[in-house]
Design a binder for this molecule. Structure first.
Ligand SMILES: [Zn+2]
Length: 383
């Protein structure tokens, strides 16, 4: 490995105030000096000292931009140099890993996809390290590496450990963050993939991200990432986010693997939709094609899924009263095929006193977002 960076040192050697300014510029974009000072509760003198240091480190630049309507002195804008540092994000599945390298704005510069050949812990860590090395070679300031996977992760930041992994032969607790950090020399994190997505939506939520957010992800399974009071929620035992067993249809015919009737996962997931259309769980693409052609049974499965999803969203809104709900994942075709059914179910199940200010968005999804979210989580934990 050629990457050299002190994993035990403060990130890039920055002090707390400098890290706060960088974090605000990453999340909130370029902004006037006055606004930055106000948001961070810094005096003008402190901010001047901090930005001077960050300019010397080539992490930020300063510019005078003439605003058309502005009178007098133009505002001094502080800009982040997004290519001043680089971050690697990795999504690990049972068969392969997908990795991206991004700048500080999480914009993907390069990506790669590698099949796992050695599934032992050491084998996977080695592959993550060599992939990161390839992606970071020749780039300015390799700064952090984040890994995510569909499983439970205990702890945050450098102490995060995979618990109860389904990888054959892995211990009950795998200190993946520490192992990756030791192999790469970079600050590292490991996180649940849905939580990583929620972290990304929270930090890059456009301007100031929402302080409370529900991210519902549907695909092969169904999960939720929560942001409450401006913090990404990690449960007491790192088992948060499972919505597969939410009861949405008490009279449902299909039973989930635990034997319950009417669980969310038998209705809204891609395998569930396929089964409800009378096909095998893996036949989702075929069911989707049939539904798009208007075949009644396939369409009915999508409508049932949309109805179930509307009920699920309503429950989260009723309980948490979030600023925003995002529905995303590989399985959002149901909203394209049966949006009116979803909307009707949502309206029906919302408490009548629920706020009408809920922002709901269906976000386009691509698989690389998990890796991006992992990188963002790693960067966030450094700042
Ligand atoms: Zn169940």
């Amino acid at each position: 490995m050629t990457i050299a960076s002190g994993a035990d040192q403060p990130w890039l050697g920055l002090n707390e105030g400098e890290r706060a300014v960088v974090a605000e510029l990453i999340g909130g974009g370029s902004q006037p000096r006055v606004q930055l000072a106000r948001k961070l509760g810094l005096s003008r003198t402190s901010l001047t000292r901090i930005t001077r240091e960050l300019i010397d480190l080539k992490l930020v630049t300063e510019s005078d931009r003439q605003q058309r309507a502005a009178r007098g002195r133009p505002p001094e804008i502080i800009d982040l140099r997004v290519d001043a540092a680089h971050v690697v994000g990795v999504k690990l599945t049972g068969d392969d890993l997908y990795a991206v390298v991004t700048g500080l704005d999480s914009w993907v510069i390069a990506n790669t996809h590698v099949t796992l050949t050695d599934r032992s812990v050491d084998g996977v860590v080695d592959l993550i390290a060599s992939t990161a090395d390839d992606l970071l070679r020749g780039r300015e300031r390799p700064s952090a590496i984040g890994v995510c996977l569909a499983g439970d992760v205990d702890g945050v930041g450098a102490d995060s450990e995979i618990v109860g992994s389904t990888f054959p032969g892995w211990a009950a607790r795998v200190p993946m963050a520490r192992m990756v950090s030791e192999r790469t020399g970079l600050p590292a994190t490991v996180t649940n993939d849905v939580t990583a997505l929620a972290t990304a939506h929270h930090w890059f939520g456009g301007g100031t991200g929402p302080k409370s957010l529900v991210v519902i992800v549907i695909g092969d399974g169904a999960g939720v990432g929560l942001v409450l009071d401006d913090r990404v929620v990690i449960g007491a035992h790192a088992r948060q986010g499972k919505i597969g067993h939410l009861l949405v249809e008490a009279q449902g015919e299909l039973r989930c693997p635990s034997g319950h009737r009417g669980c969310a996962e038998t209705l809204v997931t891609m395998p569930g939709i396929a089964e409800n259309a009378g096909m095998a769980p893996q036949d989702y693409p075929e069911v989707l094609a049939r539904a798009r052609e208007g075949e009644p049974r396939a369409l009915s499965a999508f409508r049932d899924a949309a109805s179930a999803l509307g009920a699920i969203v309503a429950q989260f809104v009723n309980v948490l009263d979030p600023e925003k709900v995002i529905v995303t994942g590989e399985g959002t075709d149901l909203l394209e095929l049966a949006r009116p059914t979803f909307d009707a179910a949502l309206r029906d199940r919302l408490d009548r006193r629920a706020s009408h200010e809920l922002a709901l968005s269906v976000d386009p999804f691509h698989f690389g977002q998990y890796a991006e979210g992992a990188g963002i989580t790693a960067l966030r934990s450094c700042l």
